[in-house]
Design a protein around this ligand. Structure first.
Ligand SMILES: Nc1ncnc2c1ncn2[C@@H]1O[C@H](COP(=O)(O)OP(=O)(O)OP(=O)(O)O)[C@@H](O)[C@H]1O
Length: 900
């Protein structure tokens, strides 16, 4: 989303306004910070500043309409049938839009007097977090409205997905808000305005809160909040939600207030809040989430993320559930196992899985259809979506329940889903299903008011009105034949919204109709360039009868729709449960499908502090490498925070491009996949649950950020060192690289020691400081790993193989050669390196290293290398011919030259 646009609040002097403008001013005063879409006939018009801003944002023309206080009124408009596309664009740009509709037919208004104005009202305020239309939403992604509240030092984040009715509520400490928001990735976040004075919180919200809506602080006060939440759920007490904490009520209260304000009194069908404490889900801070590219890449694309690679779901609800699971891995091994049982069952029942996935494709998005119906924005197609979803559910329940394999009955996770999908277990649902199956015809319009969707034979009165209408149409056809005979010229009976039915003749041939005797029958109505239009007494009479019958038929259809809608909304809870059950089946089957495609295995998750991966792969890099026709090298990784069966901390070395970052990330992704209840791409994987995952990936990986991020890197490192527990998993990639060599080495060294001694967590620490390899001898639970490369006929070959022990050397010069650094520079670098590596020329050996001493080591005497190594290397650089990556590497090389 683009940077949110700050609302511009205008003040108006309404004196002397025309009645319509007066109405506009009234509406605008009610929603001063929203663009007002003011319905006038077939258009939504915008006026004054709104018109100017919307015209600029949408690239539509801005005109003027009349005057106000002697000034022309700026105006811009969008046709109502195309409004959704414009709305979508405005919302994406961060605008808020208030939709003001005509609440009556203009004819009704006329009855009150010729000067009276059509009644209008704001029916909805559209904000990013309150969208429900398919056209405005990504079907496979959630669209959440979040709220943050803090009470007595305790924080809560609540989130509602209005388009499916899902509500979640999390309690956390103040510092946990960022991780929760990053996991929820809301498109809009409500927060009491006084909390924005807290810089840290304001910054967190800015990074992961979507559009921030400051709310008057009074709205999150306990009493007001509680009353609003009760009203939202239509309950007398909140006890049924299991003792919500004051901060949770505050956050839900803000959501309730925002919904009241934006939905113009329509109540959404919300589910009871699903609550989770920080202790239930793996905490992944925003920086880690972004660097691991879980549901989107660092560039913001879904493609190339972990989610995109493993997602084999076939329904929108399934896709959303998988995304939610992957963004919030669980901590309870039993709950994780339940999910894994379901996946395993589908791995074992392949043909059933294939049939089930085929059925699921046609199931539609029940959750979103129901939400639209509840908010009065649904139509006959949404009812059909419920019908099809429930029907599919019934079929699937039969299919899975009757799988006929007594030795391997469906596990608990699937059993619960099946129960929610068996209509006979819920009388209301089977009744609704019968009603909709019998009631909905084959051709369904988007809106009930377009009619034609109620099947014949369902409502006798409707059938009567329809046959009257259709009979009359046959009479019209007969009348047309008679009039042609009578007039002796060719003519047609046509219909339009203004004239109703009329007779149309070509202008050149219409003369006789104006002459006696025909002018006694044909009454002139309209002359166009090529046609002349008439009516007859008989036709006018027929027109009235047809219009009446059609009107009655339509009214009956709309009434039928309302009945069915109400029946469905009253069954919101079981329908939502069925929708979720379909999503669960889809996710379990899809993960089994992926497991088979990717050769993934079931992980063993327990309460130990171990991490034992054998033959593991990075799912995203593997896919990319294979696409390029290369093989991917699987790797093992063993850690144990207790230090019993493996080291707690592994120092990972190896040349540039050897695969260090990939190895680190791969292991973090295994933990996420396993705790989300997914199979993992490995030969085997045993994991003691990880409570917090931290990843600090080197600044050098991103040129654009690399220059000024040493501070950022240190802030993130500080967070890790203060927050990681013995149950956490930390991956640190090239920490300390963005500063002077000795500072960097000292910081890296101290961090490694602290992780080992104080945090005592499992950690992988990739570094170019080979000096850190000696930690293995100095600390009890440290091991060395290296990603291997070897020289072959003067070239460097990357093996991507993680082996015990440190890297023998860094091969920086060879990598420079591979990267296309000019041969003379490479040759010179080799020469310099040889000298530096010879004992006599290299004074800075680690054993002499005065770690943490204030004095920096003295540079080697430059005399032998006069004028200077750096001068020479600089001179040879072809700066204009370098890519950014080559430039960065050259810079490091130059810094490397300074090292000694
Ligand atoms: N296990 C593997 N099997 C096959 N190819 C791999 C493997 N690991 C990494 N690669 C390939 O090597 C490339 C470089 O990997 P990566 O970025 O992890 O190296 P690095 O050691 O972190 O490099 P640098 O130190 O320059 O950041 C990857 O983009 C991928 O194409």
């Amino acid at each position: 989303m683009n940077a949110p646009v700050s609302p511009s609040v205008q003040t108006f002097d309404a004196t002397g306004a025309t009645p319509v403008m007066q109405q506009f001013f009234d509406m605008k005063t009610r929603q001063p910070d929203a663009l007002l879409f003011f319905r006038m006939g077939d258009f939504y018009e915008l006026f004054f500043d709104d018109a100017i801003r919307a015209a600029a944002a949408l690239g539509i023309s801005q005109t003027f309409r009349g005057n106000h206080n002697g000034q022309p009124i700026p105006m811009a408009g969008v046709p109502h049938h195309a409004a959704e596309a414009y709305l979508s664009k405005l919302i994406r740009m961060g605008f808020k839009v208030a939709v003001c509709e005509q609440m009556e037919d203009p004819a009704e208004a006329k009855k009150r007097g010729s000067k009276s104005v059509v009644r209008r009202d704001i029916v909805r305020v559209v904000t990013p977090g309150t969208l429900t239309e398919d056209g405005l939403l990504d079907a496979r992604g959630a669209n959440r409205l979040a709220a943050v509240a803090i009470r007595a030092g305790q924080a809560a984040v609540a989130a509602v997905e209005l388009s499916t009715g899902e509500v979640e509520c999390f309690s956390t400490g103040k510092e946990g808000v960022g991780a929760l928001l990053a996991a929820l990735s809301p498109s809009e976040t409500l927060v009491a305005d006084r909390l924005l004075a807290d810089d840290h919180l304001a910054q967190t919200l800015k990074i992961c809160g979507g559009l921030i809506q400051p709310m008057p602080s009074a709205l999150s006060e306990p009493q007001a909040s509680e009353t609003r939440v009760k009203r939202l759920y239509g309950v007398d007490t909140l006890d049924g939600f299991g003792g919500l904490a004051p901060a949770e009520i505050g956050a839900l209260g803000l959501i309730a207030a925002h919904l009241e304000m934006t939905q113009a009194g329509k109540l959404p069908a919300l589910r009871a809040p699903r609550r989770a404490a920080e202790a239930d889900v793996m905490s992944i801070d925003p920086a880690t989430r972004s660097s691991l590219e879980i549901d989107r890449t660092q560039g913001g694309d879904r493609n190339g993320s972990l989610l995109a690679v493993i997602d084999r779901t076939v329904s929108a609800g399934g896709a959303r559930l998988l995304a939610a699971r992957l963004s919030r891995p669980l901590l309870d091994p039993a709950a994780i196992d339940q999910r894994l049982d379901a996946v395993e069952w589908f791995v074992d029942h392949r043909s059933l899985r294939e049939r089930l996935r085929e059925q699921l494709k046609g199931a539609g998005d029940m959750a979103r259809a129901l939400a639209r119906l509840a908010l009065g924005r649904g139509g006959p197609r949404d009812l059909a979506c419920l019908r099809d979803g429930l029907k599919t559910g019934e079929k699937l329940a039969g299919m899975v329940g009757g799988s006929g394999d007594p030795l391997s009955p469906p596990p608990a996770e699937l059993e619960t889903a099946l129960a929610a999908l068996t209509p006979s277990l819920h009388q209301g649902i089977s009744q609704l299903l019968n009603t909709l199956e019998a009631g909905l015809g084959p051709d369904l319009p988007a809106l009930a008011r377009d009619g034609g969707f109620v099947a014949p034979g369902v409502r006798p009165e409707l059938d009567q009105a329809r046959s009257l209408r259709d009979d009359s149409r046959r009479v019209v056809a007969a009348l047309e034949q008679r009039l042609i005979q009578e007039a002796g010229i060719s003519l047609k009976i046509r219909h339009n919204g203004v004239l109703g039915y009329f007779v149309e003749a070509t202008a050149g041939k219409a003369d006789p109709l104006f002459q006696p005797p025909l002018n006694a029958t044909f009454i002139h109505r309209q002359t166009l360039a090529n046609q002349v239009r008439f009516t007859t007494v008989e036709l006018a009479d027929l027109d009235a009868r047809i219009a009446q019958a059609a009107e009655r038929a339509l009214a009956m259809e709309v009434a039928a729709f309302e009945d069915w809608r109400a029946e469905a909304v009253a069954l919101a809870a079981p329908i939502q449960a069925a929708a979720e059950a379909l999503a669960r089946l889809d996710v379990a089957a899809a993960l089994a499908e992926w497991a088979e495609d990717a050769g993934a295995v079931r992980p063993a998750v327990d309460k130990s502090l171990a991490f034992e991966a054998k033959g593991a792969r990075h799912p995203v890099v593997e896919a990319a490498v294979r696409r390029a026709g290369d093989p991917y090298t699987p790797n093992d990784c063993r850690l144990d925070a207790a230090g019993d069966v493996a080291a707690r901390l592994s120092i990972v070395t190896g040349p540039n491009m050897a695969g260090k970052s990939t190895f680190l990330r791969q292991n973090a992704l295994l933990a996420i996949l396993a705790q989300s209840g997914c199979y993992v791409p490995a030969k085997s994987f045993r994991l003691g649950v990880v409570d917090r995952l931290f990843s600090r990936v080197g600044a050098g990986d991103d040129l654009a950020r690399g220059r000024s991020t040493f501070m950022m890197e240190m802030v993130e490192t500080a967070a890790i060192l203060t927050q990681a527990t013995p149950r956490s998993l930390v991956i640190l990639d090239e920490i300390g690289r963005g500063t002077a060599t000795y500072d960097g080495l000292a910081i890296a060294w101290a961090c490694a020691e602290s992780l080992h001694d104080t945090n005592r967590c499992r950690a992988l620490f990739a570094t170019h400081y080979h000096e850190l390899a000696t930690l293995e001898e100095r600390l009890a639970h440290v091991s060395n790993l290296s990603l291997r490369a070897k020289e072959w006929n003067g070239d460097l070959v990357f093996l991507h193989e993680a082996a015990d022990g440190p890297a023998d050397r860094s091969y920086g010069v060879q990598v420079a050669k591979l990267a296309g650094v000019p041969p003379q520079v490479v040759a010179r670098a080799k020469e310099v390196l040889d000298r530096l590596e010879s004992k006599t020329e290299s004074p800075a050996k680690l054993d002499d290293l005065p770690l943490f001493a204030a004095a920096a080591p003295v540079m080697a005497a430059p005399a032998v290398l006069a004028p200077s190594v750096v001068d020479a290397a600089l001179k040879d650089l072809d700066v204009d011919g370098m890519s950014p990556r080559e430039a960065l590497e050259a810079l490091y090389r130059l810094k490397g030259l300074l090292k000694t």
